[in-house]
Design a protein. Structure first.
Length: 290
């Protein structure tokens, strides 16, 4: 069973640009050059905004166990740290379809607009405005050398922000936006950093200087779940990634996630998923539980 491949951001021609545009054909070539199996699970440390051309074949794409179908003219945003897989088998959809992927480093755009984790398919006048934003961004990206590098990056940053805002407005039910330095944003960042070390919301509240009640209110407003539910979901997601994409034992996964006792991890996993860790692995892989 393949391991998760961590993928670092490498701009085109090693130019210090904060974002890049890669069409599907170039993506396949880059995968070959870097010896990355695009059909295997990978965890990039940068954003992906995948776009399927309006006259192309739909593209299936797997993000953290959810299979999405990006329709012609549609877009899918994959965040840094998410584990995703292309339909890149020989003769597969990535070969038959066409489109482009915008990639950028975290922080390149100052504020990430609220955008659904499901594919977005703009319609009517919104589709025209989104496509105008796309064309302007792609054209500016091709004009490297006509501005200073600093001005080129500034133009790309502003144009990408416009595209993301237009896509956020095209989403049927975009999630609520969280303040970029508010309680939930800080809690979310702390969870990403420390969820293998502590599973108690009180520890995060103390470290951030908030009460647990404040974190719970902020989490409810931004994600629709309590702070504890958000933290538990993050732990379960990482457990599932490790169980499916690696051959680590259940005890190894428990230790990695900060559980002192494998039995506690089993109880925690069963409470949130309804199955034991090994039963989940067997079902996800289509095998028989040992």
């Amino acid at each position: 069973m393949p391991e998760i491949t961590d993928v670092a951001y490498r701009p085109w021609l090693s130019t210090p640009i904060g974002m890049d545009v890669v069409d599907f054909a170039e993506l396949r070539e880059r995968g070959k050059r870097r010896e990355i199996d695009l059909a295997a699970p990978q965890r990039p440390d940068f954003h992906h905004l995948i776009h399927v051309a309006g006259d192309a074949e739909p593209l299936p794409h797997v993000v953290d166990f959810a299979t999405h179908l990006i329709e012609p003219g549609g877009w899918l945003w994959v965040r840094p740290g998410q584990v995703h897989q292309y339909a890149a088998e020989p003769g597969g959809a990535l070969t038959r379809s066409c489109g482009a992927i915008v990639i950028w480093r975290p922080g390149f755009v100052t504020v990430d607009p609220p955008l659904s984790e499901a594919p977005v398919l703009p319609t009517r006048s919104t589709a025209r405005l989104v496509d105008l934003a796309r064309q302007h961004l792609f054209a500016e990206h091709e004009e490297l050398g006509t501005l200073t590098l600093e001005d080129h990056n500034r133009a790309l940053r502003m144009l990408l922000a416009v595209l993301l805002l237009r896509l956020a407005r095209a989403s049927p039910e975009p999630p609520a936006a969280a303040l970029p330095d508010g309680p939930f944003a800080r809690f979310r960042a702390a969870v990403e950093r420390d969820f293998t070390r502590t599973h108690r919301v009180a520890d995060y509240a103390a470290a951030l200087g908030y009460s647990t009640r404040t974190l719970t209110r902020a989490a409810l407003a931004a994600s629709g779940t309590t702070a504890k539910a958000y933290l538990d979901a993050r732990i379960i997601l990482e457990a599932k990634r490790l169980l499916v994409h690696t051959d680590a034992t259940s005890a190894d996964v428990a230790r990695h996630l900060g559980f002192e006792n494998p039995g506690d991890f089993n109880k925690f996993f069963r409470k949130h998923d309804g199955r034991t860790p090994l039963a989940f692995r067997a079902e996800a892989r289509g095998t028989t539980e040992p």
